[in-house]
Design a protein around this ligand. Structure first.
Ligand SMILES: *Cc1c(COP(=O)(O)O)cnc(C)c1O
Length: 351
C-alpha cells in the first residue's frame, strides 16, 4: 500500500474551486481575453509549430521576448512551466535535506508545500497583525535561525500589500539566505527589483504570465538572477519543461508591450473601482475592513469571513477564503457589481 509521505500529513492542500459557479473571482486570473491582434497572430503562427518535435529546451525566443519587455539580458532568465515549477526547482537546485527555508506568513501556500516536498525544515516568520512586514524581524530571524532560503511574494498574495523596493533590497543585503522575491503581481505595481537582478549573489526574482498577461492557461513563468544561479536552475530543470505552444503564445504576448500595458491599466481600473465600492460599503456597514491593494485583487477582513464566503458560494460566486480574510479578484464591471450586491444582501440580512 502506498500512502502519502509523513512530511505532508500536517499540510492543508491547495484546493482550487471545483464546483460550477457563475462568477470566478477566486484565482487572481485576468478577466480579459487576449486582444484580437494577438489571437490572430497566434493562429497564424500555430500552423508552423512542429508538434512532432520536442520544444526548444531553453525557450529562447520566448526568453528573448521577456528580456526585451523587462530590459534584462536573456542569459539571466530561465523559463518554467508556470512559476510554480520554478519555485519547486529552486528547492531542488539550492537546498539540502535539513536546510531551513522561511516564509513570511501568511503568504502563497504553495511555498510550504514545495519546501516540504524536499524534506526541508520550515520556519514561518509571522507578518504583523495588520499584515504589514517587519523587515528587521525578518532579517533577524533569517540570521539567527540560519535560514538558507527565504521566499515571499511582493506584492503579497493573499494580503494584497506590497513592500517598497528599498525594504526588499535591505533584506537581501542583510542576510546570507537565498532571497526569492516572487513578483507575480508586480506588473500591477511599481516597486520591482528586477533591474537589480545582477547586484547580489543571493537574490532571485520570479515573474509569471498568469496574472497581468492573462495567460494562466498556458503555464509560463520566469526566474531572473545572476548567471550562476540561472545556469544552476537550467541544469536541474527537466529538458523540455516549457511546451512549444506555450513558447509560441508567450513570445507573441511578450512582444506586444503596448497591448499588455493597456490590459494592465484596465485591470487596475477595475480593481480600484472594486476597492472604492467595498470601502463605501465598509464605512456604511462597519462590518469589515478593506486592505490597500497593490495587486489585481482586493482583500477584506472580517470576523464573519467564513459566513460571507459561504453566502457567496450559495450565490454561485467563487472567491477565496484564507487566514480570516476574503480575497476577491477584480472582474468585469458586471462581475464586480454582482459580487458587491450579494455582499450588500449579506450585510443587510438578519444574521
Ligand atoms: C499566481 C501566483 C503565482 C503564479 O504561478 P504560475 O505557476 O506562474 O501560474 C506565483 N506566485 C504567487 C504568489 C501567485 O499568486
Amino acid at each position: 500500500m502506498f500512502e502519502l509521505n509523513d512530511r505532508f500529513k500536517d499540510i492543508s492542500p491547495y484546493v482550487p474551486n471545483e464546483k460550477n459557479f457563475d462568477i470566478y473571482l477566486d484565482a487572481n486570473e485576468s478577466f480579459l481575453d487576449l486582444p484580437d491582434i494577438m489571437k490572430s497572430e497566434i493562429e497564424k503562427a500555430f500552423a508552423s509549430v512542429k508538434l512532432n518535435r520536442y520544444p526548444d529546451p531553453v525557450a529562447m525566443d520566448t526568453v528573448e521576448a521577456f528580456s526585451r519587455y523587462y530590459g534584462v539580458p536573456a542569459e539571466n532568465v530561465v523559463a518554467g512551466n508556470g512559476s510554480d515549477e520554478l519555485i519547486s526547482l529552486l528547492f531542488s537546485a539550492f537546498m539540502d535535506k535539513g536546510d531551513t527555508f522561511a516564509t513570511i506568513s501568511p503568504d502563497f501556500s504553495m511555498y510550504e508545500i514545495y519546501g516540504k516536498n524536499f524534506d526541508m525544515d520550515y520556519l514561518s516568520i509571522p507578518k504583523n497583525s495588520d499584515f504589514t512586514i517587519d523587515t528587521d524581524r525578518v532579517i533577524e530571524q533569517c540570521n539567527s535561525k540560519k535560514v538558507r532560503m527565504l521566499i515571499f511574494s511582493n506584492p503579497c498574495n493573499p494580503t494584497s500589500l506590497g513592500i517598497k523596493r528599498e525594504a526588499v533590497l535591505k533584506v537581501v543585503k542583510s542576510t546570507n539566505a537565498l532571497v526569492v522575491v516572487d513578483e507575480a503581481y508586480m506588473d500591477f505595481w511599481n516597486q520591482s527589483i528586477i533591474d537589480s537582478f545582477n547586484d547580489f549573489d543571493n537574490m532571485i526574482i520570479l515573474r509569471t504570465a498568469s496574472k497581468a498577461f492573462g495567460l494562466a492557461g498556458i503555464r509560463l513563468g520566469f526566474a531572473v538572477s545572476n548567471s550562476r544561479i540561472i545556469n544552476a536552475m537550467k541544469m536541474v530543470k527537466s529538458p523540455y519543461n516549457v511546451n512549444s505552444i506555450t513558447q509560441l503564445i508567450g513570445k507573441i504576448s511578450l512582444s506586444h508591450k503596448n497591448l499588455t500595458e493597456k490590459a494592465i491599466k484596465a485591470i487596475i481600473d477595475s480593481k480600484n473601482a472594486l476597492y472604492t465600492e467595498l470601502l463605501k460599503l465598509s464605512e456604511s456597514t462597519k462590518e469589515f475592513e478593506v486592505l490597500e491593494s497593490d495587486t489585481n485583487f482586493v482583500v477584506i477582513r472580517l470576523n464573519e469571513a467564513v459566513k460571507l464566503y459561504e453566502y457567496l458560494i450559495e450565490n454561485r460566486i467563487a472567491v477565496r477564503y484564507t487566514s480570516g480574510i476574503i480575497r476577491v479578484t477584480a472582474g468585469t464591471g458586471s462581475e464586480n457589481e454582482k459580487f458587491l450586491s450579494v455582499c450588500k444582501e449579506f450585510f443587510n440580512k438578519e444574521r
